[in-house]
Design a protein around this ligand. Structure first.
Ligand code: UDP
Ligand code: MG
Length: 346
């Protein structure tokens, strides 16, 4: 099953479904049932499947639940990371471990309904190597929808790459695309951006994003902001260029103000309005405040890039795998498995 899939429609092909899970004990039972119910449908497509749950360092009963499922059902594999590395790292881990000729990335809270998979597989069969999901409708509160809407438009406006609007991580990729994605050395992964960057034949499929089936959202506001920053900083250098432009604007404004000051002084000297000049402390205070804030913001923007360069240079892996639990597989090895770069040592 490994390697390039020369004939993506071939019978006996394997579909890996990567499902990152962080503290999802409430929903996992439902998730397993809904995906397992898709088994016969996939079989009609000539596909075997594996449910590749990536336990992203959960602190609830997720690990035990996944181990139990993996031991009971040969279709389930549970990859346990050593701690919580974050959604994007969990997906990356899943992509590395997946064996399928096609690999799907989906959320494990059933917001991406498994029933729409056949539409994606049809496009894959047509020869598209990347079939990404485009959200028609989100069943989330207005503020969150507005934030997502603005983020995707901002990213599209300033990115050097044409990342499709309103497409999240949900997608089906051919083995060839997964191999290329896995070979990218970047460690701070913004998967949906990298997926676009990879190229090949890509197409979008519209779907309606459901509400979470059970449990609480695991994406905190801080995590969402980090994801947005990762996307913007990894795929655009516009903020950095903006800093330079702001600086130039500041210099021009400063020079004009200087000229104005000289002009006023000369006017005073000529004796027309001596002693009537406003003292100007307010404008000076405003200017100092304004310019220092611009400098602070600019330093912050540079810092965002710098911190990511720092992380990349350190070269630490995106994730570490503690164990993989599957029927008759490597088993729940006592010895932790290290992910070297993004290549996993089995
Ligand atoms: N997730 C993860 N690690 C994290 C946070 C979230 O693996 O640190 C998983 C989570 O279990 C879910 C998916 O990422 O399968 C999306 O998370 P969530 O539903 O909380 O995000 P939302 O759908 O609200 O954006
Ligand atoms: Mg969710």
């Amino acid at each position: 099953m490994n390697g390039q899939s020369d004939n993506p429609g071939a019978r006996g092909a394997l579909l890996s479904i990567v499902l990152p899970a962080y503290n999802e004990q409430e929903v996992l039972g439902k998730t397993y049932a809904r995906f397992t119910a898709m088994g016969p449908v996939l079989e009609k497509w000539g596909l075997d499947y594996e449910l590749l749950f990536v336990n992203d360092g959960s602190r609830d009963g997720t690990a035990d639940l996944l181990n139990e499922l993996a031991q009971r059902d040969g279709h389930v594999r549970a990859v346990h990371l050593t701690r919580n590395f974050g959604h994007q790292s969990a997906i990356t881990a899943g992509l590395t471990v997946a064996r399928g000729d096609a690999v799907a990335i989906m959320d494990c809270d059933l917001q991406d309904p498994p029933e729409v998979l056949p539409q994606f597989l049809a496009k894959w069969r047509e020869g598209f190597q990347v079939v990404y999901a485009v959200r028609k409708k989100r069943k989330e509160w207005f503020g969150k929808r507005l934030a997502y809407w603005s983020f995707y438009r901002l990213l599209a406006a300033i990115s050097d790459l044409k990342i499709p609007l309103d497409s999240g991580d949900f997608c089906v990729m051919d083995r060839s695309a997964v191999n290329l994605l896995n070979s990218l050395p970047e460690r701070q992964r913004f998967v949906r951006g990298l997926r676009t960057w990879v190229g090949l034949r890509q197409t979008g499929v519209e779907y309606e994003r459901d509400a979470r089936a059970a449990g609480q959202p695991q994406y905190t506001l801080a995590k969402l902001i980090k994801l947005a920053m990762d996307g913007l900083v990894s795929f655009s250098s516009v903020p950095l260029k903006l800093v330079t432009r702001l600086g130039i604007l500041g210099v021009i404004a400063g020079m004009m103000l200087g000229l104005w000051g000289v002009g006023v002084t000369i006017y005073e000297w000529s004796g027309h309005i001596q002693g009537r000049t406003p003292r100007g402390w307010a404008s000076v205070a405003c200017l100092v405040l304004f310019t220092s804030s611009v400098q602070m913001i600019s330093l912050g923007v540079i810092g965002e890039y710098l911190s990511r360069i720092f992380l990349e240079v350190k070269g630490r892996p995106t994730f570490l795998i503690a164990s993989i639990v599957q029927q008759g597989g490597p088993g729940d090895t006592a010895k932790p498995t290290a992910a070297i770069s993004r290549g996993v040592a089995p």
